[in-house]
Structure formats: C-alpha cells, structure tokens
Ligand binder design. Structure first.
Ligand SMILES: N[C@@H](CCC(=O)N[C@@H](CS)C(=O)NCC(=O)O)C(=O)O
Length: 208
C-alpha cells in the first residue's frame, strides 16, 4: 500500500489526498508537518532532502517527493492520465504552469493571508504577487472559456494539480468573479465522483 507524508493544510498535500479519493486507492496517511519542524528533522530529510511535504512512499518503500511526480505515479494507470502522448504532454504543460506561474503567486498569497507564513513585509509581498497571480487565473480563464477540462475534454491530473490553490484564490485575495469559466470548472471538479473537499481532507488526515 502507498503511504503519504503530508499535512492537507498544504494544497500540495491535498492534491494527493484528492487523487487517492477520486481513484479509490487504499493508502496510509502519515501526518507530517512543517508546523512542528517535522519536515526538517534528520529522519525526514532522509526521506526528502528538500525538507518538504508531500512525499509518496511506494509499496516497495521508494520515496517520491514533489506533488506532480506523486500525482503521476498514483494516476499513471487510470483515466486521469490520458492515453495519447500529445495529451500527456499537455497535462505536463499545465502541471509545470501550476508550479511555476500559479502556485508561487496564489498559494504563497494564501499562506501569507491565512498566517501559514508570517512575514515582516507581508503587504509588500502580497502586492508583488498579485499581478502574476491574476495573470495565471486569466490564462486558465482563457483556456476554460472554450474547454470544460484542461486537457482532452476529460478530467486529468492537470485539473487535480490546479484545483487546490485555485479553489483558495478568493482567500488568497483574488476576485474569482472576474473568472467565470474558472468558477464553472471548479464546480465540475467538485462534482466528480469521490471528490473530497480540503476541509474534509484536513479532518481525515490530521491527528486530534
Ligand atoms: N514543489 C513542491 C512544493 C512542496 C512545498 O513547498 N511544500 C511545503 C508545504 S506546501 C513544505 O513542506 N514546506 C516546508 C518548509 O518549507 O519548511 C511540491 O509540489 O510538492
């Protein structure tokens, strides 16, 4: 059985819980969080030298850090990883977009505004992140205005990778009303069989 090290307060960890639930994959969740220094211990750095969650441990004990790599591993034999090579390339395109253009702006704004990160220059940082976060949402809006899903007309791990922090964009200080196609897409993801919300994922994986 696969094991996940993570804390679903992080959207990167929630992505893995979401794909596991959508696919009905049996798993063990090993709650590991940065909040108590758990990602910076020697024991955890032996699992992921980068000192970050999530990490997926395969049933053979191999460690896969990075949410995108773990999503691929979990979904590689499922309908969430398309058959055509060109569609696979498009899935990777949106997953790289998520990590480079979306998450660094929207997730970081969310973490600042919800107190996950405390910074001395929070206002300055938020103002700097805003234009690129808006640009990322506008990029999604343009694509989703004429496509129900990011790739090949069906849900894939690209949608799973982009759902968590897009769904938190309002809390991160972005006006989602300006992106109606993105809002409609969020609803489509939420209606998938097996969908689990971020709050439910946190409740199921965080010890009392
Ligand atoms: N690119 C990585 C990012 C992972 C990441 O930044 N994880 C954060 C939580 S969202 C973390 O573990 N931070 C701990 C730390 O920096 O001390 C992924 O997609 O998995």
């Amino acid at each position: 059985m696969v094991r996940i090290y993570g804390d679903c307060l992080s959207g990167n960890c929630y992505k893995l819980k979401l794909v596991l639930e959508l696919l009905g994959t049996p798993h063990v969740w090993k709650f590991t969080t940065w909040k108590n220094g758990g990602t910076h211990t020697d024991a955890f750095r032996a699992i992921n030298p980068a000192g970050k969650v999530p990490v997926l441990e395969t049933s053979k004990g191999e460690m896969i850090p990075e949410s995108g790599a773990a999503l691929y591993y979990l979904a590689r034999d499922s309908h969430l990883w398309p058959q055509r090579e060109v569609d696979r390339a498009q899935v990777l395109r949106w997953m790289f977009f998520e990590q480079y253009s979306h998450e660094p702006n929207i997730a970081v704004s969310h973490s600042i505004l919800t107190g996950i990160y405390s910074l001395d220059n929070a206002e300055e940082r938020l103002a700097a992140l805003k234009p690129e976060g808006e640009e990322a949402l506008a990029t999604m809006e343009q694509h989703l205005a004429s496509n129900d899903w990011l790739v090949a007309g069906a849900p894939t791990i690209a949608d799973i990778a982009l759902y968590p922090y897009t769904s938190k964009a309002a809390v991160a200080g972005f006006e989602l009303e300006a992106y109606p196609a993105v809002v409609a897409w969020l609803g489509r993801v939420e209606r998938l069989l097996g969908f689990i919300s971020s709050d439910e994922a946190i409740a199921q994986t965080t010890p009392e």
